[in-house]
Ligand binder design. Structure first.
Ligand code: C2E
Ligand code: MG
Ligand code: MG
Ligand code: MG
Length: 278
C-alpha cells in the first residue's frame, strides 16, 4: 500500500517534469527557426534627458512574434537563448539591426543594446560590434552597450580588457539593473562605466525615504565617477518628480514612453517633443 502510494506520488511528478522539459525543447526548436524566419523584432524605448526633457536616445528591446504563442517576452526567451548559445547569433543580429536603425535618427541620438554575459564569453564580440558600426555608418559614440554584473562574474580580466578596448574605440558602456546584484560597488572600481542604470525595483519604492537616500547616494557615486545616472521604470509623475529631485540625469519608463516599434521610434526621434515637462 505504502509502496503503491510512493510510486503514485512519483508518477504524479514525473509527467509534470517531462512536460516542462518538452515545453523547453519545443521553445528551443521554435527559436532556432525563428531567427531564420525573421520572427524577431527590436522595439525602442526612449531615454529622456532630464536637463532638456527630450530624448537622448533609445534602448533596443527584443520582441519575438511567435506564430502560435503571440509575443513572447525576452524575460522568457533570453535565459533559454543564453543556455543554448542562441543568444550569440541573436545578439549579433540585434547589434546590426539597432545600429542600422539608429543611423537614420538625428545625429545626437544614441542607441543602447543589451549584451549578454554569454556574448562576452565568446571571442567574436568586438568584431561583431565594430562590423555593425562599419556596416551602418553609425559613429561609435552613438552606440551604448548595456551589461549587467553577470558579465563581470566570469573571466574578469578578459572581460574588462574587452570593455576597455571597446571604450577606447568610442563605444559607451552602461551598467544595467544596478543594485540588484551581489557586489555592485566592486564592479564600479574595476571599470569606468559611462552610465549607471538604477534598477526599477528602487524606483518603485522611491516614495520610501530610505530608498530615496540610496538613490541619492548612487547619484553621488555617479558624479564622482563621471557616470550619468538613468532611473529605470518610471511609471508615475510622483516617481519622476522624485528622481529629478534626487539628481538622476536621465529617466526611462512607461510614463514617458513604452518601447516603440522602429517606425514609431523614428517619428519620436524627429518630433523632439518635450515628453517630461511635468
Ligand atoms: P532591461 O535591459 O533592464 O530592460 C528594461 C525592461 O523594463 C524592458 O523589459 C522594458 O520593456 C521594461 N520597462 C520599461 N519601462 C518600464 C516601466 O515603466 N515599468 C515596468 N514594469 N517595466 C518597464 P523587456 O523588454 O521585457 O526586457 C526584459 C529584459 O530582457 C531586459 O531588461 C534585458 O535584460 C533582456 N533583453 C531584452 N532585449 C534584449 C536583447 O536584445 N539582448 C539581451 N541579451 N537581452 C535583452
Ligand atoms: Mg537594458
Ligand atoms: Mg535594466
Ligand atoms: Mg533587466
Amino acid at each position: 500500500r505504502a509502496k503503491a502510494a510512493g510510486r503514485g506520488t512519483f508518477r504524479f511528478c514525473e509527467p509534470a517534469m517531462d512536460a516542462a522539459i518538452a515545453e523547453r525543447n519545443v521553445l528551443e526548436l521554435d527559436m532556432r527557426e525563428a531567427v531564420r524566419l525573421g520572427e524577431f523584432e527590436l522595439h525602442y524605448q526612449p531615454i529622456i534627458d532630464l536637463a532638456t526633457d527630450t530624448a537622448s536616445g533609445f534602448e533596443a528591446l527584443m520582441r519575438w512574434h511567435h506564430p502560435v504563442r503571440g509575443i513572447v517576452s525576452p524575460a522568457d526567451f533570453i535565459p533559454l537563448a543564453e543556455e543554448t548559445g542562441l543568444v550569440v547569433p541573436l545578439g549579433t543580429w540585434a547589434l546590426q539591426e539597432a545600429c542600422r536603425e539608429a543611423a537614420a535618427w538625428p545625429g545626437d541620438l544614441r542607441v543602447a543594446v543589451n549584451v549578454s554575459a554569454v556574448q562576452f564569453a565568446e571571442p567574436g564580440l568586438e568584431h561583431c560590434v565594430i562590423s555593425a558600426l562599419a556596416a551602418s555608418g553609425l559613429p561609435p559614440n552613438r552606440l551604448e552597450l548595456e551589461i549587467t554584473e553577470s558579465v563581470l562574474i566570469g573571466d574578469v580580466e578578459s572581460v574588462t580588457a574587452c570593455l576597455h578596448r571597446l571604450r577606447a574605440f568610442g563605444v559607451r558602456i552602461a551598467l544595467d539593473d544596478f543594485g540588484t546584484g551581489y557586489s555592485s560597488l566592486s564592479y564600479l572600481r574595476r571599470f569606468p562605466f559611462d552610465k549607471i542604470k538604477i534598477d526599477r525595483s528602487f524606483i518603485r519604492e522611491i516614495a520610501d525615504a530610505d530608498t530615496a537616500a540610496i538613490v541619492r547616494a548612487i547619484v553621488g557615486l555617479g558624479e564622482r565617477l563621471g557616470a550619468s545616472i538613468t532611473a529605470e521604470g518610471i511609471e508615475d509623475e510622483a516617481q519622476l518628480t522624485r528622481v529629478r529631485r534626487e539628481g538622476c540625469t536621465e529617466a526611462q519608463g512607461y510614463l514617458l514612453s513604452e518601447p516603440l516599434p522602429a517606425a514609431d521610434a523614428y517619428k519620436f526621434a524627429f518630433a523632439k517633443k518635450n515628453v517630461a515637462a511635468a
